[in-house]
Design a protein around this ligand. Structure first.
Ligand SMILES: [Zn+2]
Length: 180
């Protein structure tokens, strides 16, 4: 079953059916009708991708720490915990699927930023399991991009103006005053 909604193309103005949850061809888009979206997509194919998301090896966490993070999330008694499911490999010889753990966790060096951490292993090979981190990768520089966020968070809020505007109510949040 698929759902669709009637949308007006933000470029050419025609009405079309957009399918938010179902596949309905390669040019299904919330903003553009299939004709316009085809044009957009074909034009963009000529523009090289410079930075893309890539899984890179990391020592930030171990498999056990990812598992503990997941267990911790599950410990409120809920059986159904939101999990990101990653397609695993299939071992044809042993006829087993790869196990996988994928958790959104803070970067130990910059705890205000979180990344997806992934660990995949074949049953019985837990000791060989390597953890990877999903980062924005600069193709040309062949290294992690300087910017690891999707949207520039801007400078830290200039909280020193807050007490002037809002009295003392928020002064306990005033952690970025000059000299700090
Ligand atoms: Zn259109």
């Amino acid at each position: 079953m698929t759902t669709s909604r009637n949308s007006r193309c933000s470029h050419c103005g025609t009405f079309y059916f957009y399918h938010p949850s179902g596949w309905s061809g390669p040019y299904n888009h919330p903003e553009y009708c299939p004709d316009c979206q085809e044009t957009v997509k074909k034009a963009l194919e000529k523009v090289p991708v410079r930075i893309y998301k890539k899984w890179v090896p990391t020592d930030d966490y171990t498999r056990e720490q990812l598992q503990a993070h997941l267990d911790n999330r599950s410990n409120n008694g809920a059986n159904a915990v939101m999990r990101r499911i990653m397609p695993g490999l299939y071992d044809l010889k042993k006829k087993v699927w790869q196990e996988s753990l994928c958790e959104m966790m803070p970067d130990p060096k910059e705890p205000h930023r979180s990344f997806w951490y992934l660990c995949q292993w074949f049953p019985g090979e837990e000791d060989k399991a390597k953890v990877k981190k999903q980062v924005w990768w600069d193709k040309k520089e062949n290294k992690m991009s300087k910017e690891q966020w999707d949207r520039d968070p801007g400078p830290l809020y200039p909280m020193r103006v807050v007490p002037m505007v809002m009295g003392g109510a928020l002064s306990k949040y005033n952690t970025t005053s000059e000299g700090a």
